[in-house]
Write a protein that binds this ligand. Structure first.
Ligand code: MG
Length: 318
């Protein structure tokens, strides 16, 4: 009655027992049910196997040399693994106090030796339900987290992420004594795009701009966040003023040269203005906060706008 369910899945089970007879018996029963079975002779061996490979289900004996089942439970619970681990202790110890000890060590369930195979399989099935529930919860949480830091229109980070992670970049710059640059950008006359071609065209332009920004900066080091409507901040860690200016000037030229397809056979061109500021802890000794670095970038952006737009103004954080 269990076979149908189990054979659909490819769950791995780690069987830990110092007695070769029970190990083999367990292995045979579980393999017949379609599980991928891995065996270990004691807790220490099991722990080493587990450290190299996450295994979702562990069936462990209690009394074993080197490391017993309870010690194994405690050790497994200390490890941060990629998913939950369902642990069942299988042992001849069956006093109430022993059961309590086993559960307190971190076991999820308890089966007496000699075990009745259908009962053991039913308990494993319970474990699988918990594992699947935990997995879907974990995935939902990851998705919520991803959404909470993402700008839904453009897919870049949102302002909340900027406010949380830019201070971390500042701290890192101070700790390693490396420069940190940021660029603030604003699309020139963006209101005209919306007024002339509609808000959908405006949205396309914003997405396009983010694509251009992302493909102009280093993967996994630099990042882009939407600061407000058509304002974005590009964070460029470990980069001094001159190099940051080069990156942003190249981006500015790409934006200027790109024709954006806004649908209905229409292509438009936009330009953007930039304010670049570099915080160099080797020059500026005192700690800076996120507000002062953003305010300074904004000041240069304002200058760029004032001097005719479509340009980069830059400077060191004073
Ligand atoms: Mg034993």
């Amino acid at each position: 009655m269990f076979s149908c369910h189990f054979k659909d899945s490819t769950y791995s089970i780690l069987v830990v027992d110092d007695d070769p007879v029970s190990r083999t018996l367990l292995e045979r029963i579980l393999k017949k049910e379609g599980f991928n079975v891995i065996t270990a002779e004691n807790g220490e061996e099991a722990l080493n196997l587990f450290k190299n490979q996450y295994i979702p289900i562990i069936l462990t004996d209690w009394m074993m040399p080197k490391m017993n089942g309870l010690e194994l439970c405690r050790a497994i619970r200390q490890i941060e693994s990629s998913g939950y681990v369902f642990i069942i202790i299988i042992t001849a110890k069956d006093s109430r106090d022993d059961i309590v000890k086993g559960l307190e060590a971190g076991a999820d369930d308890y089966v007496n030796k000699p075990f009745y195979p259908p009962e053991l399989l039913a308990r494993i099935k319970t474990g699988i339900r918990i594992l699947e529930l935990e997995k879907s919860l974990r995935e939902a949480n990851e998705e919520i987290k991803r959404l909470s830091i993402t700008d839904p229109l453009t897919g870049c980070y949102n302002r909340g992420y900027l406010m949380e992670y830019l201070p971390k970049e500042i701290k890192r710059a101070v700790r390693y004594s490396h420069p940190l640059s940021i660029a603030m950008t604003d699309i020139d006359h963006f209101k005209n795009v919306n007024d002339t071609y509609g808000h959908q065209a405006g949205d396309i332009v914003l997405r396009y701009l983010v694509e251009l920004m992302r493909s102009s900066i280093r993967d996994a080091i630099d990042w882009v966040a939407r600061y407000g409507g058509e304002e974005f901040v590009i964070v460029i860690p470990e980069t001094g003023l001159e190099d940051a200016k080069k990156v942003i000037e190249r981006l500015r030229k790409r934006i200027e040269a790109t024709e954006i397809d806004i649908g209905n056979d229409k292509k438009i061109k936009i330009t953007a203005s930039f304010g670049v500021v570099c915080f160099d802890p080797r020059i500026k000794k005192e700690m800076v906060d996120i507000d002062s670095i953003i305010k300074e970038a904004d000041k240069f952006l304002y200058e760029a706008k004032n001097e005719g737009r479509n340009r980069v103004k830059a400077g060191l954080l004073a």
